[in-house]
Design a protein around this ligand. Sequence first.
Ligand SMILES: CC(C)(COP(=O)(O)OP(=O)(O)OC[C@H]1O[C@@H](n2cnc3c(N)ncnc32)[C@H](O)[C@@H]1OP(=O)(O)O)[C@@H](O)C(=O)NCCC(=O)NCCS
Length: 387
Amino acid sequence: MRNVYVLSADMTKFGKSPLSARELALEASKKAILEAGISPSDIQAAFVANAFSIAEKQGHLGPILMSGLGVPDVPASTIESACASGASAIREAWINIGAGIYDCMLVVGVEKVSQLDTITATTYFSFGSDFVFEGACGASFPGLYGAIARSHMTKYGTTEEQLANVAVKNHENALSNPNAHLHKKITVDDVMKSPVVASPLKLFDACPFSDGAAAAVLCSEDFLRTKGRKFSEQVMIKGSGRAGGTGALFQREDLTSLNAAVLAGREAFKMAAVLQKDIDFAEVHDCFTVAELIAEEDLGFAARGEAAKLTEEGQTRIGGELPINPSGGLKAKGHPVGATGVGQVVEVYEQLHGKAAGRQVRDARIALTHNVGATGGSCGVHIFQLT
Ligand SMILES: CC(C)(COP(=O)(O)OP(=O)(O)OC[C@H]1O[C@@H](n2cnc3c(N)ncnc32)[C@H](O)[C@@H]1OP(=O)(O)O)[C@@H](O)C(=O)NCCC(=O)NCCS
């Protein structure tokens, strides 16, 4: 495999947007291309991470995006892996460039769902579960993660207040992120008093329905050389891991861990040849507060049942031992499904280049992203290092 670099990454604001998916994708792509200092004609192929564009009666977003960029001849296809579509698209681009097929690729993640009412959006999202055994039986994602949270509480004694700590931290981080969906400081008490969505999970334990897009330009060393760019101070993909898990929860022996995340994490750490202690910060898939704790345990940052203590002790805050979700995470930065995994890479790019302003993690050089599809049917983990 050749070395693969994140030449640039940028995004739209996440939140409720009047723009369509195609417009959001175009906006993020133009920003990333501008940041990379290249022209659209330098892009040899693209992947669009998206799950629900059909809700706008528009599939096949790739050619539409490429036409919008003025390069309709460039091949572009959609990658769908539910909420892990973004990491899957990054992974596929990494493979293509690493294998020497292309030297410069655009990866765009996009979602537009705010035109849907709550019930319709919840139903669409449930198509990403094992619909026959879950969605069609009335199990929404809040319901499924509610079962996961209950299981974690039963097995390890995790409390609702400990889950709330995650939301409080991530809402606080998002205050310094101009692109975040929710800019609202909350307390544990606010979380505890917020309406129950799927017991034990409450409104502030959940990520919101967000629109938005994020884009990254990935390239090879040859491309950097051709463009006369330096090799130092570039963001390199040091490790990539991807794995699958059962689509449905009833097929699992244990709900307190996502096997896909354990396997993807192991693969990424092994490839990057770094240890957990080497990671300066991580963006993990906190679609519900309990998911952040499970991510920390699955990735080996905490022993089983011990992750809640990291948040309690302030270790996962910006300035702590291991900042988790300095962007605000899915919880507060927002979760435009297809865009989320690419949005995590935007945070890595900004942090490693020292451009994260009020939420900057000091001296960050190695970062990890963890992006989960549904309740763990798929997972992608990437480790990045500033050269
Ligand atoms: C919890 C949930 C049902 C709330 O949706 P909703 O009832 O349609 O909420 P609305 O859009 O009507 O918003 C009502 C208010 O709550 C706020 N809000 C909505 N979702 C929120 C969230 N998750 N966290 C904090 N605030 C939220 C809105 O900003 C709004 O506040 P305002 O009145 O001050 O403007 C929805 O956010 C949800 O299902 N989230 C999970 C999404 C999901 O499953 N994703 C896939 C993960 S695998």
